[in-house]
Design a protein around this ligand. Structure first.
Ligand code: AFP
Length: 357
């Protein structure tokens, strides 16, 4: 296997810190600690049935969802890899009800780390790509014991966001606020090596991702958008679309970063009290920051994800992200469907947006 003389993750971060003094050595070290957690999880996932890591654990998480063994192991791995270094003061995890402070025997740092240690767990036992997602915020009350309210900051306050995808190759995709870079885990040297500098998402696409089995529960603007995509060349879009649904958001996000597309997990009436499936703080926000840094967009359908004011550490949110023109179209359909319809020609059955096409 030819070892190409590529930049490692550590070298990339040091180069970014030389360009931007806000990216200090503590943040660099924290990201490297998080990347080490991803390396360890990658090895656990890769062993599959050989290491007795498949199947369900005993517990349920704060979401009331059954935990896979790998959920629990990945959560432990993220916490143990990041609590020692003295760069974080507390972590918040999809798998933990409350924030977990750094043990008193370790120094506390200036950052808050949030993560979904294993996204797409329902895919583990069927050997389909899964991932880890993380987000970094500054502790608003340095030196104090972190509480949940300290984490409730809008996504615009993130100082870094990243994900690892455990696929045919393991990759880490990261932003520290200066674009998006992708790194591939080199199996021989164990480093994340820069293989995808300056990732950008095409503004247009012919590929959408949604769980179509929920279509009867969708709100009108989402129904309209998907129906128009399905109508293909005979419909108002005048072009055919392809559909994907992997049921692992990290894998969908990665495909969109690599070739464009749009992902939708909207609010639906299937569980009317639930505003969406994805969680704002450690799934939607980090992915939204990465998407925007790559020139794409991320929205609830009516609001920019990164500007949502959080109310709860584990709150769910409708999530639409990807190629900017498609996200903007879906947002326009939401605005259009909010307008009371009159029976004048302007407000024809297809809505005001149609007239603007
Ligand atoms: P799990 O981690 O419980 O498998 O959920 C994964 C996820 O949050 C996200 O990664 C997928 O896009 C979405 O759920 C899949 O949801 P459906 O199973 O309803 O399609």
């Amino acid at each position: 296997m030819p070892f190409r003389d590529n930049t490692t993750l550590a070298q990339y971060l040091l180069a970014e810190s030389r360009k931007n003094p806000d990216i200090g050595t503590d943040l660099v070290a924290l990201i490297l600690d998080a990347s080490r957690a991803c390396k360890l999880i990658s090895k656990l996932v890769a062993q599959g049935a050989l290491a007795n890591v498949l199947g369900k654990a005993e517990g349920v998480n704060v979401q009331g969802e059954e935990q896979a063994k790998l959920d629990v192991m990945s959560d432990d791995t993220f916490r143990r890899s990041t609590e020692f270094g003295g760069h974080v003061c507390a972590v918040a995890s999809e798998e933990q009800d409350e924030p977990v402070p750094v043990p008193p025997e370790y120094p506390r740092g200036e950052f808050l780390l949030l993560y979904d240690p294993l996204d797409g767990s329902s895919n583990i036992d069927v050997n389909v790509a899964v991932g880890s997602i993380f987000s970094v915020l500054r502790m608003p009350r340095p030196g104090k014991e972190a509480v949940a309210e300290d984490f409730l900051q809008p996504g615009t306050r993130q100082v870094a966001a990243g994900y690892a995808i455990y696929g045919p190759s393991t990759m880490l995709v990261l932003t520290v606020g200066n674009g998006v870079a992708g790194f591939t885990l080199h199996p021989l040297i164990g480093d994340f090596v820069l293989t995808h500098p300056n990732i950008t998402v095409p503004a247009q696409t012919q590929e959408f991702a949604v769980n179509a089995s929920n279509s009867r529960f969708w709100e009108p603007p989402v129904k309209r958008y998907v129906e128009e995509c399905m109508a293909g060349t005979e419909g108002p879009r005048g072009k055919d679309f392809n559909m994907r649904w992997i049921a692992s958001m990290v894998a969908e996000a990665h495909r969109i970063l690599m070739r464009g597309g749009v992902f939708m997990y909207p609010r639906d009436t299937k569980k009317p009290l639930r505003p969406g499936r994805l969680r704002l703080m450690y799934e939607a926000n980090p992915i939204a920051l990465i998407m925007e840094q790559a020139g794409a967009a991320a929205s609830t359908g009516t609001e920019r994800i990164l500007e949502v004011t959080p109310s709860d550490l584990h709150q769910r949110i409708p999530l639409i992200f990807g190629s900017r023109e498609e996200v903007e179209r879906i947002e326009a359909y939401h605005r259009d469907s909010a307008i009371p319809k009159a029976d004048t020609p302007l407000f024809n059955a297809r809505g005001l947006f149609r007239a603007a096409l």
